[in-house]
Design a protein around this ligand. Structure first.
Ligand code: J2J
Length: 542
């Protein structure tokens, strides 16, 4: 077991290899193999980047050359590199270059701001940070300069576009480097990257995924979603998120020799023309977007008939919405209930309609072990609702450098405590019934209440704060901060929201609502009762 990343006990690893799940292939090797097989097929289409189309041959060459450049810059095996790129082709060039040399991308989202980025860079001791110059009106270069002044290990900031005072990614020397040949590449059992946890604590957790385990989940997802070399996958959600990356996502498409089309924005007026022009066959959406598309589809002049499969997940999809999606969009709905820590469930293409609309799917692997337990970790009777625990060939055995947290988030025998409340149907499909973790799921974007509470507590006028979810017709949930002010202090809701923004948190974490109260309801044992706060928050206001 590595001190940084807990791994599977030998007996499990042997079993997963013997079953053919872990095939000993790295992502770098996978891309090279596809480039050999399909050198001239288009791998990546980047409408934001002047419609660039990179073939498998070109992506493979670019990744190799950039890998050489990274090596020349002193980035090596095991080094961490925070990657924060929008849906542009360079995302794949950078990530595969890092895979080739065995450096670990840390997958930040475009929405992350200074507090999150500084934490990722400092905690992972990242040596480099890769950004786009500006994205959606935000200048990432200024943020990078401030982070670089603080994060001690950070030596490089690479910028796609105008570098400002940093290094242009395009200026990294692309000469073939014989060190790359002689460089001992990563092993398939090595950690390939660090994915982000949705989180439920004050400090975000990093998820170590190996080449072996992740490639298995991607290959198996391709089979379940019928992705092959003729598929065209539209990446609508932020490319670095686990869902669009791997379920079956861009990596699934690249693994199959299919085409990845990067959608610059999720709105129907951006996505629909691309579905038509690229003959997109499959895409994945969070429920609010699926609803938006379903409302827009009947009025569009674009031909969406190429779309065969729509995956919807990240948050609970209502049965009523699930019934409408397929018929309106003219495709098959697959519900997907996954997590960056591992376990992913899909409804199957041949499941009957009731199963597709009323469940969140069943696990990818016959070796995914799922338990539904009570508060004392005892299995509930079949069909009963309880805490979902899981372990298996692509579910981590621990977060990166987090031994204390791991002791709470995993059982002694290695089951991950998902924090989800679920039940299992006789066919083994799971129905998500709720959540035990202190998290808000804002239309698929996860907010750890404690992280936001800690920021608000820093305000001098605030005595105490509790952040809870409020039901919302469109997003499923929004966030509400209940604030107790210090005696005689005055504050307006807008000031609290502004404070959170100015402290540098992603916009989706800024409380949608702020309420001032005298006291919090408490549980029998004197803790804040978030359950009661949620009930209060859900009441209609006048
Ligand atoms: C209810 N809750 C869901 C669903 C995720 C595929 C799809 C999604 C994610 C993802 C992912 C849900 N119904 N259909 O990584 O590969 C909630 C659960 C879960 C948490 C994980 C993938 N699908 N959820 O959303 O790491 O609470 O991954 O534990 O962001 O999202 O969040 P995340």
């Amino acid at each position: 077991m590595s001190a940084d990343a807990p791994t599977w006990p030998a007996a499990f690893a042997e079993r997963y290899r013997a079953a053919g799940y872990w095939q000993g292939e790295t992502f770098g090797q996978m891309l090279a193999a596809r480039a050999q097989e399909f050198p001239d097929r288009v791998a990546v289409v980047d409408p934001a980047g002047e419609g660039r189309r990179w073939t498998y041959g070109e992506l493979d060459r670019r990744a190799d050359r950039l890998a050489a450049g990274f090596l020349a810059a002193g980035i090596g095996r095991g080094d961490r590199v925070v990657v924060q790129l929008p849906n542009i082709a360079e995302f794949f060039e950078v990530v595969f270059a890092l895979f080739r040399i065995g450096a670990l991308p840390v997958f930040a989202l475009p929405a992350h701001r200074e507090t999150e980025i500084r934490y990722f860079c400092e905690f992972s001791e990242a040596v480099a940070y890769v950004i786009a110059d500006r994205h959606e009106g935000f200048d990432h270069r200024e943020l990078a300069a401030r982070v670089k002044a603080q994060a001690r290990a950070l030596r490089h900031v690479f910028v796609v576009g105008d570098p400002g005072g940093h290094t242009a990614l395009g200026s990294v020397p692309r000469e073939p480097d014989d060190r790359l040949d002689s460089h001992r590449g990563p092993q398939a059992s090595d950690v390939a990257f660090l994915q982000l946890s949705g989180g439920s604590t004050g400090i975000p957790k990093l998820i170590p995924r190996t080449h072996d385990d992740y490639l298995y989940s991607v290959r198996a997802s391709n089979e379940i979603c019928a992705v092959d070399e003729n598929s065209v996958h539209l990446i609508v959600l932020p490319a670095a998120h686990n869902f669009p990356l791997s379920s079956p996502g861009s990596l699934g498409a690249l693994c199959a020799g299919a085409r990845v089309v990067l959608c610059p924005a999720p709105a129907p007026d951006t996505a629909f023309p691309l579905i038509e022009s690229e003959a997109v066959t499959i895409t994945g959406l969070v429920p609010p977007l699926a609803l938006l598309w379903t409302e827009a589809a009947p009025h569009t002049s674009h031909d969406l008939s190429s779309l065969e499969v729509l995956l919807v997940g990240g948050a609970k999809l209502s049965e009523e919405a699930a019934r409408r999606i397929g018929p309106v969009l003219g495709c098959v709905l697959q519900q997907v209930f996954g997590m960056a820590e591992g376990l992913v469930n899909y409804t199957r293409l041949d499941d009957d309609e009731e199963t597709v609309v009323t469940t969140q799917g069943r696990p990818i692997s016959p070796d995914d072990e799922v338990r539904i337990v009570d508060e004392a970790d005892r299995d509930v009777p079949p069909g009963g609702t309880g805490h979902l625990l899981t372990r298996g060939p692509y579910t981590i055995r621990g977060y990166w450098r987090a031994p204390e947290h791991n002791a709470r988030s995993f059982t002694p025998d290695g089951f991950y405590r998902t924090g989800d409340i679920a039940r299992s149907t006789p066919s083994g499909h799971l129905v998500v019934e709720g959540r035990a973790k202190d998290q808000i799921n804002r239309g698929g974007e996860k907010i750890a209440a404690e992280e936001v509470e800690n920021v608000i507590l820093g305000h001098p006028a605030v005595h105490d704060v509790s952040v809870v979810s409020v039901p919302d017709d469109y997003l499923g949930e929004r966030s509400c901060a209940y604030v107790i002010l210090r005696p005689d202090a005055e504050l307006r809701p807008a000031a609290v929201r502004r404070y959170v923004r100015e402290r540098g948190l992603a916009a989706y974490k800024i409380p949608d609502r702020v309420e001032f109260v005298e006291a919090f309801p408490s549980t029998g044992i004197g803790k804040v009762s978030k359950k009661d706060l949620r009930t209060t928050a859900a009441r209609p206001r006048h």
